[in-house]
Every structure is written in C-alpha cells, then in structure tokens.
Design a protein around this ligand. Structure first.
Ligand SMILES: C[S@@+](CC[C@H](N)C(=O)[O-])C[C@H]1O[C@@H](n2cnc3c(N)ncnc32)[C@H](O)[C@@H]1O
Length: 275
C-alpha cells in the first residue's frame, strides 16, 4: 500500500457521520439545523482547535469573496469557519474519502453548501487550474507529506501572484525521536515531521516569501489546561475529537502532549506570500 493509501486508512473511522449525529442528538441539537459552533469540538483536528483557525484566518487577512483552498480539509471545520466568519468561497481537498463525505454532509446541514465544497484528492496533484485561488491553507497536514517540495509547488501554482498561503503544522524543534502513535500517524512510516527551517527553505524554492512565523506552543498548552479544567468541572463535552479518533484517542493525544511539553515539537504557523 502506498503512503497516501496508508494515510487515508489511518484517518478512516468507518461510521463517523453516525457517531457525530448521535452525539449531537444526545446534546439536544437539531441535526438539520446545525451551526458551525455546534460542531466546534469535533471538526477542528489540530492543536489549539477553533482558536488556532481564528488566528490563522486573521493573519491571512481573509476578505469577503476571496477564493480559498484548504488542503487536507478533514471534516471541514476550518473551511466552514473561513466561509462563515470571513465570507470566503472555500474549496477543501482531502485524501480521506470518509472525511470528504462527512465534510460535505455537515456543511449542508449547516446551510453553507453554496459557499463551501469538498473533493477527494491529493495536495500533491491539485485538480485546479493555475492562479485559481486568492489564498490557501494547510492545517496539520504536512506531517503526513514527505514531498513538501512538490506540495508547495502545487499550492504556488494554483495561487494567484500575491496570494497568501497559511500553514499551521506540527514541526520538530529538536532531534529527539518521536513516540508513536501520534494523532497523525500510527508509526514513523507515514510521519514526516520537519523543522521550520525545512519549511522556509522549500517555500522559498517554490516561489513564496515567508512573511510570518509564530510558535503557538504556549497558546496550545494553555488552551489544553483550560479544556481539562472545563472537563473536570462539567464532564467531557458531548462532541470532541474522541468521536473522530475513536478508542485510540487517549494514547495518541497523551503522546503529542508529552512531546509538546518536552519541547521536541511545536505547532507553528507560517504565512507565505506567492511572488
Ligand atoms: C490532522 S487532519 C487535519 C484536518 C483539518 N485540516 C483540520 O485541521 O481539521 C490531517 C488531514 O490531512 C489529510 N491529508 C494527509 N495527507 C494529505 C495529502 N497528501 N493530500 C490531501 N490531504 C491529505 C488527511 O486525510 C486528514 O484529513
């Protein structure tokens, strides 16, 4: 099985839409009239959750009517947020068939289907014409992609000159080997965590100028503590990444937290401008 097939298999749940709809029903929500906020616990599969998407969107200076490509869009939380909060027209592309189907179904239930669409595919072979987008995002996806040189060249190709590319990935900040499983990979075979300097170099070679680099480690650790305190006071929320990841959640997230606390990895945001 090639790397992309292994990655898609890693993320495939099998009954994800049912799990989310059942949890929403238990929380007393009407599944046919959802808001983006109803889904916020489950549809942001990255460290720092919705607040990280808000920060990235602000730093990208998204504007109404802009065409945005979200590479590795998961079940669509960031894409829906960018459409709803910033008035963008968002296209998501993702390797994992089930995520694309769930993203599409949830977007329809949120009444955003006219502004947000998803399709299955790889960031390494984007099915879009040159210069098609005003902005692009890559949120916790690069850890699964070995050929970041090809990925960045593809994103540069589909962006118009001056368009911005917002990356928010887990990067390594020392040389300690990572523990597995991690949320993005069960073992090292499909894990390609790189230091910020690699991103900067490859972005430059692909025709980008890096305008900003922000380490969100402290922000993420503080948010994690707040969520633990909320869960201790009120119990686990009805909908969370536990629904998306399944029984492996505890071990994968314990590993990522431990490595983050030790300072071997960090969630890093970069904004690069297509030149
Ligand atoms: C950790 S999830 C993040 C999902 C989403 N960006 C979010 O923040 O909620 C990683 C996603 O990247 C997708 N992915 C991994 N490699 C990819 C590739 N080469 N092309 C497109 N999607 C990819 C996976 O299928 C998965 O949905």
């Amino acid at each position: 099985m090639d790397t992309e097939a292994q990655v898609a298999r890693h993320y495939t749940h099998g009954a994800l839409e049912r799990s989310i709809l059942d949890a929403l029903a238990r929380a007393g929500k009407d599944p046919d009239r959802l808001t983006a906020a109803d889904l916020a616990g489950v549809d942001e599969f990255h460290l720092g959750w919705r607040p990280s998407t808000i920060a990235l969107s602000q730093d990208l200076r998204l504007a109404p009517g802009q065409r945005v490509l979200d590479v590795g869009s998961g079940i669509g939380g960031p894409a829906r947020y960018m459409a709803e909060a910033h008035g963008c027209q968002v296209t998501g592309i993702d390797l994992t068939e089930e995520f694309v189907a769930v993203a599409t179904a949830l977007t329809r239930r949120c009444g955003l289907a006219d502004r947000v669409t998803f399709r299955q595919g790889s960031g390494l072979a984007l099915p879009f014409p040159d210069g098609n987008f005003d902005a692009a995002t890559l949120i916790h996806v690069g850890m699964n992609i070995e050929r970041k040189d090809l990925l960045f060249r593809e994103v540069r190709r589909v962006l118009r000159p001056g368009g911005r590319f917002g990356i928010y990935d887990v990067m390594c900040t020392d040389e300690t080997p990572l523990p597995y499983p991690m949320p993005w990979a069960a073992d090292a075979v499909t894990s390609f965590v790189e230091p910020p300097v690699t991103y900067r170099t490859l972005l430059g070679q692909a025709g980008f100028e890096v305008e900003q680099e922000v380490n969100r480690r402290d922000f993420v650790l503080a948010r994690w503590q707040e969520m633990r305190a909320e869960a201790a006071a009120r119990g686990q929320p009805p909908l969370s990444l536990r629904n998306l990841v399944g029984p492996a959640f505890e071990e994968r997230f314990a590993n990522v937290l431990r490595t983050l606390q030790a300072g071997s990895i960090a969630p890093i945001q970069m904004i690069a401008r297509a030149i």
